[in-house]
Design a binder for this molecule. Structure first.
Ligand SMILES: [Zn+2]
Length: 106
């Protein structure tokens, strides 16, 4: 009983550990603290914090013009760099109708 439970856990652990370098909830909370950010979803991260991480997300911002939307994106990138550098960050800016509560890719 105990043993088979452990085997199930061991089978699922590598995926749980390897998939995300940083808890998506943590990134989500950080990103939403940036002025102009309306929504952040489909967050993914890989690598090791302090060595090299890759962060990816979908972002919806309040400004609709490209210059201002870009400025919000840069503020998000700066904050993530400050917290997790060295980091490579890819942000997909989306229109408001792509708003989603899906925190990670399923
Ligand atoms: Zn999206």
């Amino acid at each position: 009983m105990l043993r088979s439970g452990w085997q199930v856990l061991r089978r699922s652990l590598p995926q749980l550990v390897d998939e995300m370098a940083i808890a998506p909830e943590e990134i989500h909370q950080l990103v939403l603290s940036v002025a102009g950010v309306l929504n952040c979803h489909d967050v993914a991260s890989r690598g090791v914090v302090g060595q090299q991480v890759f962060i990816e997300m979908h972002l919806i911002v309040s400004p609709s013009n490209v210059v201002e939307a870009h400025a919000v994106t840069e503020a998000v990138e700066a904050l993530l760099h400050e917290r997790y550098a060295p980091a490579r960050i890819v942000i997909h800016v989306e229109p408001p109708e792509y708003h989603s509560d899906r925190l990670t890719y399923s």
